[in-house]
Design a protein around this ligand. Structure first.
Ligand SMILES: [Fe+2]
Length: 211
């Protein structure tokens, strides 16, 4: 006969607590994005803006220019890129904690040491006057970011799920990758930013193996 070890056997009370937990989740109260400002943006953004201008190579049908996608380790030999991306990766745990509130995910009970995030891929966007980006998602990535490098007066906001979020130099927005977003027609020249996707790489310690 199968013997279950290390399992609490008070099944009825566990069912009750599951039901109570479900009652506490209010998905309407879930936030859709987190924003913060990179403290060193005044030092690195002018250099990154020039890099973007020099490396955009494709024009979308909405007029925006893009670089080719890079994986998260690409260009880390450039100290300004590495400084920015290291800060983003260090910030992601706090950002995801906020996005996880009312998500119903068991992630909310994860130990701090598990919370490790990496940039999986990124690309830069450069918006000439009149250009924009049509509504899209970053599915199948669950977490995405937008980092604003050069935001002249008249720049379009970041429109997430229909809501206009004003952006500024050095602003990082972390959002759920399956949420629709767009950039309305630009009323300025040279708006530039870096867009990317994030993967969750939990630092799970070595466990005993299944026998
Ligand atoms: Fe996007």
């Amino acid at each position: 006969m199968l013997e279950i070890v290390n399992v609490k056997k008070e099944i009825p009370s566990q069912y009750e607590s599951v039901a109570k937990f479900s009652d506490t989740i209010t998905t309407e109260d879930r936030i859709s994005y987190v924003s913060l400002i990179f403290p060193h943006h005044k030092d690195v953004n002018p250099i990154i803006h020039e890099l973007i201008k020099n490396n955009v190579c494709h024009q979308t049908y909405t007029g925006a220019l893009t670089t080719i996608p890079q994986n998260g380790s690409g260009n880390r030999h450039i100290k300004e890129i590495d400084k920015l991306f290291s800060w983003i990766e260090d910030s992601l745990s706090d950002c995801v904690d906020k996005l996880a509130v009312n998500s119903g995910s068991i992630y909310t009970a994860s130990p701090e040491v598990f919370k490790n995030f990496k940039i999986a891929e990124y690309w830069a966007m450069f918006y000439p006057m009149g250009s924009g980006a049509t509504s899209h998602t970053h599915f199948p990535y669950p977490i995405s970011f937008a980092y604003y490098v050069n935001v002249p007066d008249g720049s379009s906001p970041f429109t997430l799920n229909g809501d206009d979020i004003p952006v500024e130099d050095g602003m990082l927005i972390v959002f759920a990758g399956d949420v629709y977003h767009e950039v309305k027609k630009s009323n300025c020249e040279e708006r530039s930013m870096i867009s990317g996707n994030v993967i969750f790489v939990p630092n799970i310690p070595e466990q005993s193996s299944w026998e």
